[in-house]
Design a protein around this ligand. Structure first.
Ligand SMILES: C[S@@+](CC[C@H](N)C(=O)[O-])C[C@H]1O[C@@H](n2cnc3c(N)ncnc32)[C@H](O)[C@@H]1O
Length: 231
């Protein structure tokens, strides 16, 4: 199936409300566990000196889980959509875990405009993550340029995203499954996201052709891809 790009930012209020109302917690917990296993395997423990950045943080579900999992670090969620950042701040304020989220803050910015020396970031980034972001980025080189410019030699990158289905029929089947749980806005957004997603080959080839050999691409089941390592 040909890739069909979708708008980068999720700016519509209704879209944000529908996304925020959905329960993706199983996948989110799984993502945090995958990061944790990777860090354990690398013998890395995160503490006070470390900064974790969550790109395309949306309503903050992953950012909050990162802040709770690594309570001594500083966690920054970045999203270019004002509506998403408002929602993330709201969620943080009403969270039953509010006391555990003191190490979390948000920045509203397009990821392409954030530089590692940005005064809002204050420290070098130890762990740079994203979930469900890559498919929003129109040109792959913008995503990789961003993570390259934000990373230093020892920054661990861990980015998970949807994998583009092989054909329209498979995408429509996934859309139909989604519609049994979620409303039309979210179902249509999900379908657009599936069509906008990249394939394993596209991501892998990009890393090979652009001298990003310390980054690896991994197929996580039949629906997801993970880009991880150093840049
Ligand atoms: C599908 S949501 C994922 C949200 C969150 N990471 C999660 O897993 O629930 C993608 C988010 O990326 C944001 N985004 C897309 N392109 C972006 C860009 N160029 N700069 C900043 N944020 C971006 C969107 O606004 C949206 O909030």
């Amino acid at each position: 199936m040909e890739r069909v790009p979708e708008p980068e930012l999720m700016e519509e209020k209704e879209q944000v409300i529908s996304y925020d109302a959905a329960d993706f917690s199983e996948g989110e917990v799984n993502f945090i566990n995958q990061i944790n296993h990777y860090l354990l395997r690398k013998n890395i423990s995160l503490g006070e000196k470390d900064l974790i950045v969550d790109l395309g943080c949306g309503p903050g579900n992953i950012s909050e889980k990162l802040a709770i999992k690594w309570p001594n670090t500083e966690v920054v969620g970045i999203d270019g959509s004002k509506e998403m950042i408002l929602r993330a701040e709201y969620n943080k304020n009403i969270s039953t875990n509010q006391k555990k989220l003191k190490n979390l803050r948000y920045i509203c910015s397009d990821i392409k405009d954030i530089k590692s020396n940005n005064f809002l970031l204050k420290k070098r980034i130890s762990l740079l993550v994203s979930n469900s972001l890559i498919h929003h980025i129109t040109n792959l080189k913008d995503f990789f340029n961003t993570i390259k410019s934000l990373s230093c030699n020892d920054t661990i990158n861990f980015h998970k995203d949807l994998k583009r289905p092989l054909d329209e029929k498979s995408a429509l089947e996934l859309k139909a499954q989604c519609s049994t749980k979620y409303n039309d806005i979210l179902t249509n957004d999900y379908f657009a996201s599936l069509k906008a997603s990249y394939t394993f080959k596209e991501l892998k080839n990009f890393t090979l052709e652009n001298d990003l050999l310390s980054l690896d691409v991994f197929e996580d089941g039949d629906k997801y891809l993970i880009v991880y390592g150093n840049v």
